[in-house]
Ligand binder design. Structure first.
Ligand SMILES: Cc1cc2nc3c(=O)[nH]c(=O)nc-3n(C[C@H](O)[C@H](O)[C@H](O)COP(=O)(O)OP(=O)(O)OC[C@H]3O[C@@H](n4cnc5c(N)ncnc54)[C@H](O)[C@@H]3O)c2cc1C
Length: 500
């Protein structure tokens, strides 16, 4: 039987980035993906209708960062000699609060915009924004030096030490506090500003100001400043670009191959077994799955770190989705491509009170029939009741899914009042749909809430499973969610395997 140097479970952006880098460095690499397309949560799907109309919908991720110098996608692109199919977005998005619209510019227009949008405590808010940007800039420079966070070996501890700079002394206090505590220190009580921040943190850190780790939050709030991008042809073109590099460099990908066991002997990985009954052996296995899935796939008990995280780490959110084909006439030309819309200040975010809407740019003709736009709408949703309904009461599940779709459309209407009358195609999804396509634990997506106890130095590193030769990559590990973050985690695994 052929033994690979590396088997990668999952062709998400984290798995594919690791695989492409290793193949480029001369390793024999096999990627096993359960679904029929690469990209995982950052993929797209094609819908062909009986009338011949064709859409390409982004399944989850729609706004991408990390393509500027210092960003992980940028570094990976240079290593692999590839050109990413992306174009910059400006503004990054528009945020619709119940009584005002905030344009999230990436450039200096943001300075005026934030003063005008939140006049109530403008001076205090300005001090907050300045601290946020300073922290983010220091953290960004640190990340560009590719430090091994969290360090897992004495050598990594040394390398981490060597990447520390005096300016990082300013990160010490923020590392111990939450965004909420930073707001308190600045004396900010403005509910509008807090709601704006909560909306932005929910989509980038999976939690809101009272619990979000301040350092992570400062970086997450900086996304527009470091540059946001659209993926030409849809999100899946990022994964397809990585896949092409992998194949070019001699790697292989097998689709419809769900791995059901990670095999070990004497504390070291030996390979994997798939649902079809195929067994593949390898010196290294890279799991591009959630931490809960790694623990379930292992044929042995995980090490203490993973065992502890399985018990203690905060559970993630699920997402309810709408995929819409809409007459372009319903959307003014001046409308930005991405919108976060919040219906009420009084209600918690998620569960249709906050939605994220991504409209494909009209000039990308691969995405929708002429005169139409392909739109992805998402809202955060707690996963367990969807599973309860799905299993115990399918009729209720269908009812709730339809109700959620209506509620999401009501929220979208606050920014796009005529959209509902112009829908030509609509498909809805729930966390159980995400589970069906990605097998992520209970359909939880978007990574882990970035609390102080689960972020930064306390997040999971690639060796967290505690099995020799088994590496974890993706949004359960440092630094967390987003394609840029999972690329950073892939770079870490690539470097660790090369040094091992
Ligand atoms: C609704 C939504 C919106 C988002 N918006 C953004 C955004 O705008 N920008 C952004 O950067 N990020 C966004 N994200 C987050 C981002 O998509 C993810 O953090 C990132 O794509 C995760 O990548 P990953 O490599 O960790 O794993 P995944 O994307 O989860 O990929 C894992 C892959 O492994 C496969 N797999 C799993 N188990 C097995 C198995 N046992 N055998 C074989 N294959 C397996 C899955 O099918 C999947 O293809 C969003 C996510 C969601 C859900």
């Amino acid at each position: 039987m052929h033994t690979y140097d590396v088997i990668v479970i999952g062709a998400g952006i984290g798995g594919l980035t690791t695989a492409a880098l290793l193949a480029h460095a001369g390793y024999s690499v096999l990627v096993l993906e359960g679904h029929i397309e690469p990209g995982g949560c950052a993929s797209s799907y094609e819908r062909k209708r009986p009338n011949g109309e064709r859409y390409v919908f982004d399944v989850g991720a729609t706004v991408f960062a990390g393509f500027n110098p210092g960003g992980a996608h940028h570094w990976v692109g240079e290593q692999l000699g590839i050109t990413w199919p992306v174009r910059p977005l400006e503004p990054a998005m528009e945020v619709w609060l119940p009584d005002r619209r905030v344009v999230r510019w990436g450039d200096e227009r943001w300075l005026d915009e934030r003063r005008t949008a939140f006049p109530q405590q403008a001076w205090r808010a300005e001090q907050f924004w300045r601290e946020q940007e300073t922290l983010a800039d220091i953290a960004w420079r640190f990340a560009a030096r590719q430090p091994p966070v969290p360090p897992e070996t004495p050598q990594e501890l040394l390398r981490l030490g060597l990447s520390v700079r005096p300016e990082m002394a300013r990160l010490l206090r923020p590392m111990l506090s939450t965004v909420g505590q930073a707001l308190e220190r600045h004396g900010i009580t403005d509910q509008r500003l807090k709601t704006y921040l909560d909306g932005q943190l929910l989509i980038s850190a999976q939690t809101t100001h009272s619990t979000c780790a301040w350092l992570y939050g400062a970086v997450a709030l900086n996304l527009a400043r470091i540059g946001c991008y659209y993926a030409e042809g849809g999100a899946w073109s990022l994964a397809k670009t990585l896949e092409a590099a992998l194949l070019r460099d001699g790697g292989a990908v097998q689709y419809r191959q769900w791995v059901e066991q990670i095999c070990t002997r004497n504390g070291a990985v030996t390979g994997v077994r798939t649902k079809r009954g195929d067994v593949f052996t390898a010196r290294h296995v890279v799991a591009n799955t959630t931490l809960w899935d790694v623990a379930e796939l292992l044929d042995t008990d995980p090490g203490w770190r993973l065992e502890q995280a399985v018990e203690d780490f905060p559970r993630g959110w699920g997402a309810c989705m709408l995929y819409l084909g809409v007459d372009a006439a319903a959307l003014p030309n001046s409308l930005a491509e991405h919108h976060q819309i919040i219906r009420s200040y009084a209600q918690p975010l998620g569960e249709s009170n906050s939605v994220f809407v991504s409209i494909h740019p009209g000039d990308d003709q691969r995405r929708a029939p002429a005169g139409q736009r392909a739109i992805t709408v998402s809202t955060h949703s707690e996963v367990s009741r969807w599973w309860r309904w799905r299993k115990a009461d399918p009729a209720r599940y269908r009812e709730e899914k339809a109700r959620m779709a209506e509620a999401m459309l009501d929220t979208v209407a606050l920014a796009m009042p005529t959209l509902r009358q112009h829908i030509r195609y609509m498909q809805a999804g729930t966390p159980t749909s995400f589970w069906r396509y990605t097998h992520r634990h209970r359909g939880m997506v978007g990574g882990l809430p970035q609390l102080r106890r689960s972020s930064g130095l306390l997040s999971l590193g690639p060796r967290a499973a505690g099995v020799r030769g088994l590496w974890m990559v993706g949004d359960s590990t440092f630094p967390g969610q987003s394609t840029a973050a999972v690329s950073q985690s892939a770079v870490r695994v690539f470097q660790a395997i090369r040094r091992s």
